[in-house]
Design a protein around this ligand. Structure first.
Ligand SMILES: Cc1cc2nc3c(=O)[nH]c(=O)nc-3n(C[C@H](O)[C@H](O)[C@H](O)COP(=O)(O)O)c2cc1C
Length: 269
């Protein structure tokens, strides 16, 4: 018998209703459980990261209209060119997209910019200096550009993607992959019928102003503004306004505006 096993045996030999034994068993149980939780958290981390990456890829395919039941996500995602953009200049940065996490960068004072109240219509306070973009090309020409967007709704920050088609003005789709708005109210941002409305809407007017907007109520199809308007979510005006603001922010001068201008000038538009 070793010295160390003796106190253990001494406690275990106490009657079951002895408070010392109860406390000892409770502490031992907590210790064992926390070790098990820590081991599973560490062991499952790579799997969680892979699932997260897979979900992002799935959403990018969905917003581009390339996802159906039979899609092989890894394979289909290879069609995209992934690039990192400096949002201030609109030019590509020489950074490996696989090593860059925009959400992390947005929290890092060395890699983010603080937004003034006038700039911060999406209610995000800071944004990363660099952003990841996804290009779908055919014969070297852009067919779609998928841009990450986020901003505050009523209860939560909504994270998603917006796709612009080859004219860099027509919306291909909008999709959120993370938010905590109320199901049935703000959560209707995920409703495929509502999302379908975004397809074909125009972002900019002739003067280059961002005009896309989620309105209150229903879009009047006879209005000249209908091309820029999306129906508001009924009973969820605050989430609707949040979506409107975040889309306007990311497509505006402080978001991807300089990048879109750069793409237009690169092709002499
Ligand atoms: C429990 C609860 C959850 C709500 N969730 C949302 C929500 O996710 N998004 C939203 O815009 N409004 C939500 N609302 C309603 C807002 O408080 C507000 O009334 C609504 O946005 C106004 O929209 P309306 O003018 O279209 O009715 C919720 C209200 C309650 C009581």
């Amino acid at each position: 018998m070793t010295q160390t096993s003796r106190p253990y045996l001494k406690i275990m030999s106490l009657p079951n209703d002895d408070p010392k034994k109860t406390l000892f068993i409770a502490v031992l149980l907590c210790l064992v459980c926390s070790i098990l939780v820590a081991i599973s958290a560490v062991a499952l981390k790579p799997q969680q990261m892979a699932n997260k990456q897979n979900d992002i890829k799935k959403n990018i395919l969905a917003v581009s209209g390339l996802l159906d039941d039979k899609t092989n996500i890894e394979q289909a995602f290879k069609q995209f060119e992934v690039k990192i953009v400096d949002l201030e200049t609109g030019r590509y940065a020489d950074i490996d997209p696989m090593q860059y996490d925009q959400r992390q960068a947005a929290k890092d004072p060395n890699r983010n910019v603080q937004l003034s109240p006038q700039q911060d219509i999406a209610n995000i306070k800071t944004r990363a200096k660099l952003a990841t973009v996804y290009l779908l090309k055919q014969d070297g020409h852009i067919q779609q550009v998928i841009l990450p967007i986020h901003g505050y709704g009523l209860w939560s920050t909504l994270y998603g993607f917006i796709s612009l088609t080859s004219d860099l003005n027509t919306i291909g789709g909008l999709q959120f992959y993370s938010h905590a708005e109320t199901p049935g109210l703000g959560g209707e941002v995920d409703n495929p019928k509502w999302r379908a409305q975004w397809h074909g809407k125009k972002v900019f007017d002739e003067q280059g102003n961002v005009r896309i907007k989620v309105i209150r109520g229903f879009v009047n199809p006879n209005s000249s503004e209908a091309q820029y308007h999306v129906d508001g979510l009924s009973g969820a005006t605050l989430t609707s306004n949040g979506v409107s603001n975040l889309v306007q922010y990311w497509l505006g001068d402080h978001g991807f505006g300089p990048y879109l201008a750069q793409l237009r000038s690169d092709r002499g538009q």
